[in-house]
Design a protein around this ligand. Sequence first.
Ligand code: UTP
Length: 276
Amino acid sequence: MSVRKCLFPAAGYGTRFLPATKAMPKEMLPIVNTPLIQYGVDEALAAGMNNIAIVTGRGKRALADHFDISYELEHQIRGSSKEASLAGIRRLMENCVFSFTRQMEMKGLGHAILTGETLIGNEPFGVLLADDLCVGKEHDVMTQLVHVYERFGCSVVAVEEVPREETYKYGVIVADEIESGLYEVRDMVEKPKVEEAPSNMAIIGRYLLTPDIFDIIRETPPGLNGEIQITDALKTQASRGRVLALKFSGRRFDCGSVDGFVEATNYFYQRMKERG
Ligand code: UTP
């Protein structure tokens, strides 16, 4: 079954970016002149997912406005050289369908994904956390996950080796390598203490999930910090069937942190200069 839908959990508070995120969604923070969410939708569309489902929360209206027509603005700049700046977003608006739902209480990423069930239904789907900005080598990371899904037909998560001392920030997997860069997940643990981390293979913000995950999340009790963790649900899915992990080729910037945000800004600024 082809993967047409991509879910964007974007209801989090973005506390690491206060005060910028007090009245503005973290996903609207720009890297150079493009908001994080737009890079994410670009990546989803490149992977063939033109049905974009966004889980928002209070104070996140700018996300819906960004993918809508802005009549006054567009009228104002019509015919001027400034119109070119809107070419990228217009292409996404023309080629994608957007739908939104709200997560009313922030009960964790697993809960946010379950909130999106109404927009996804019974089909495989991508999950893209827009604050992880990824630059793929040959293909975007979401496309790399689709390629694995097409071969194996099961859930796939993107992983990256991180320094041991940073494992406490991530879901960490224990897995057997079944071919170069591709792993079968045996166990996973959400944000382990550094001394207890079972490996340094960290799950990043790209997932391709089969829809049975919704029932599994429903039966998953709150875990770390009282939140419903997607990591716990994936662990159950792995124990009942199969979950794969792909060490993606490319680079990831953690734009939910100030350091990653600045690195991404420098990288994309440089790239823009080179491309002219
Ligand atoms: P984060 O752990 O980055 O949390 O969530 P956050 O609230 O966005 O940011 P900080 O840590 O307070 O700075 C990972 C992703 O899951 C979404 C977030 O929007 C982000 O994309 N999320 C998390 C939800 O949509 N709902 C939740 O209840 C929790």
